[in-house]
Ligand binder design. Structure first.
Ligand code: NAD
Length: 474
């Protein structure tokens, strides 16, 4: 049992001023594995005050100091690998291999990349007699979701530290363990007091508290569109800058020269990654009419290669993170059937032999029309909609017929066509043929997928204000 009853404020672990607590459930066993205290407005005010007090000195630190700080954090982070992997597996139900190769690695990559990019980052630019300076924005409030407990926290914190902005973090109450370990890492790395503050709590109290706090200058939020709207509304009252990383309904366009087996593999890996709980999951697969049957046969062959089960076993797909998510996914599978789509593999209910835990069957629908609910709404589970197209113009129209624009995928052979389709999909990131990850590439969405960009130098920019000083002869 992990009992994390304290918040980390001003460089110390402090008791909450409230008495409310919340249990943390292991989604693979449905057992309580920990407890957090739910912070109060008073706790948040103390954290914001600490960050505000740290701002003058932290914002004045040199670039070299902050590069070294980020490098020290990365070293301390590596020392906690076992704990991070265990915590994420326990709180999220992520298979151990995934907790290690994806969750642990992504957190590390953000600190290392921020250090690297900071070395090259120019904070000043001269234009004749005008000097343009980029200055730390002030105190940043960070609100993160449960699906990538180290990725989303680390990208925000690494960028903020690189820029010289102290932070107050409220991680998701469903998966708070990894953030507590991060706080311990920052403590060990010698992050100055007040620069990092962690307040656990609900969206209602701490989330709303952050977005409407008069002493917070910038809010970086990752989560659902509905909450993103609320964050923007609250922030508008004090004209606070807001960055939003929201949902997606990302298309994967399979070109007619693609090998159906390779295409099925690309589609399935993207579908089951993190049990489909990824904002950039490829959930709409656009397949040429002529390839449909062969593609579906290939998917049926490939999918069983990703077994669902105990995250500590050799399985590649764990449970969903919570019972509420399980109910949500079941509801969407029912909705798909009701709308006339056809299940080719998967369906409602738990996979055989997995009665305990929030396990679902990865499900593939065909005969999907893009205006169906299952093709338009974010399901946040391993449910794929296969949609057919006749020509590339139609494929691009379908790909862009969504309120979202977080990511797009293209799979095929002809370079020119791949690039043409990539340039026509309206999304913040396009992946061609499952290209390998680039942590310096910006991450963020067009349309209702969000506002702003994270990762690398684009992420650092979010935590900076721009000042122009005129009349500065060189
Ligand atoms: P959520 O919006 O319910 O919660 C996200 C965070 O916001 C949590 O910490 C929660 O406590 C907090 N919150 C809740 N109410 C709040 C309020 N009124 N004010 C401020 N904060 C509040 O989302 P979730 O269920 O945790 O995560 C799933 C959603 O997040 C999905 O829609 C998914 O697409 C999206 N997501 C997007 C990205 C991205 O990078 N674009 C990444 C991960 C998840």
């Amino acid at each position: 049992m992990r009992n994390y009853m304290k918040h980390y404020i001003n460089g110390e672990w402090v008791e909450s001023t409230g008495s409310e607590t919340m249990d943390v459930i292991n989604p693979a066993t449905e057992e309580v594995v920990g407890k957090i205290s739910l912070g109060t407005q008073e706790d948040l005010d103390r954290a914001v005050q600490a960050a505000r007090a740290a701002f003058p000195s932290f914002s004045a630190t040199s670039k070299e100091y902050r590069v070294e700080l980020l490098e020290t954090i990365a070293e301390e982070y590596k020392k906690r690998k076992k704990d991070i992997v265990a915590a994420i597996t326990e709180e999220l139900g992520s298979p151990v291999g995934m907790s290690d190769n994806v969750h642990y690695q992504m957190g590390l990559a953000h600190f290392e990349t921020a250090a690297q990019q900071l070395k090259e980052f120019e904070f000043t630019e001269r234009r004749g007699e005008t000097l343009i300076k980029k200055e730390p924005i002030g105190v940043s409030g960070l609100i993160t979701p449960w699906n990538f407990p180290t990725n989303q926290t680390s990208t925000k914190i690494a960028s903020a530290f690189a820029a010289g902005s102290p932070v107050v973090l409220k991680p998701a109450e469903l998966t708070p363990f990894a953030a507590v370990i991060l706080a311990e890492i920052f403590e060990a790395a010698g992050v100055p007091k007040g620069v990092f503050n962690l307040v656990n709590g609900t969206g209602e109290t701490i989330g709303n508290g952050i977005s409407s706090h008069p002493d917070i200058d910038f809010v970086s939020f990752t989560g659902s569109g509905a909450v993103g709207q609320k964050v923007s509304e609250n922030a508008a009252k004090t004209i606070k800058k807001v960055a939003l990383e929201l949902g997606g309904k990302s298309p994967m366009v399979i070109l007619d020269d693609a090998d159906p087996k390779k295409a099925a593999k690309a589609a399935v890996t993207n579908l089951v990654m993190n049990t489909g709980q990824a904002c950039n999951a490829a959930t709409r697969t656009l397949v040429p009419n002529a390839m449909h049957d062969e593609f579906i046969e290939a998917v049926k062959e490939v999918l069983p290669g990703y077994p669902v089960g105990d995250p500590h076993g050799p399985n590649m797909v764990g449970p969903l993170a919570a019972e509420k998510q399980w109910d949500r996914v079941q509801g969407y599978i029912d909705k798909g059937v009701e709308e006339g789509a056809k299940i080719v593999i998967g369906g409602t209910g738990k996979p055989d032999g997995l009665e305990k835990g929030y396990y679902v069957k990865p499900t593939v629908f065909t005969d999907v029309k893009n205006d169906m609910v299952i093709a338009q709404e974010e399901i946040f589970g391993p449910v794929m909609s296969v949609i057919t197209y006749d020509d590339l113009d139609e494929a691009v129209d379908i790909a862009n017929d969504t309120i979202y624009g977080l990511q797009g995928y293209v799979v095929g052979e002809d370079e020119e066509t791949l690039q043409n389709v990539a340039s026509r999909i309206q999304a913040g990131r396009i992946t061609i043929n499952n290209a390998k990850m680039d942590f310096t590439a910006p991450f963020g969405g067009y349309k209702q997928s969000g506002v702003g960009r994270e990762w690398g130098d684009f992420g650092i920019e979010e935590y900076l204000e721009v000042k122009a000083v005129l009349g500065m002869p060189s």
